[in-house]
Design a protein around this ligand. Sequence first.
Ligand code: ZN
Length: 202
Amino acid sequence: MILPLREAGDPGLRQPSRELTASEIISPAVQELIGSMFETMRAAPGVGLAAPQIGMPLQLAVIEDRQEYIDKLPAEHAAARLRSAVPPHVIINPQLTLGDEGAEANAHPGVEFFEGCLSLPGFTAIVPRAFSVRVDCLNERAEPVTIRARGWYARILQHEIDHLHGTLYIDRMLTRSFMGRENFERHWKDVPVAEFRRLLDG
Ligand code: ZN
């Protein structure tokens, strides 16, 4: 079932969500909710959807980045973002750790790209994010899972986990970069972020 999306201004998007118990996770109600969240995310379409976005104050999000979405982007766009397909999966009660212990993470302290949100339709802004993350969570069978992610997948995880704490990308964005999608497409789509910052910062 496709569920209505809550948009910025909905109080539920600003409240922390509660954890799920193992027995709740495997219950028919939550399994059905997970199925509906995948359906809603794909219909939007989006690459992630957190439970507060459909009005449920639960520490639960679904994620999927499809190759067909990436194929629509210029190759250099996907390469710069380190964006590659992510199979559909669920994160429940996630604990987020920014960066990792590897030397490569030290070479990438943070990354800045335009990002959007299904709860702020029609807008986009540059959001600084950690290049790599570790997420300890439960899957849809209530089994513990550790995810290590880099690039665009790490960004998706940070964005969705923010939702579970009542945080939206507008809380983290470079405020002078906030704009409508139409103007983004018209003026900025192909401008590298570093160049954009030079122009914007004057
Ligand atoms: Zn979002």
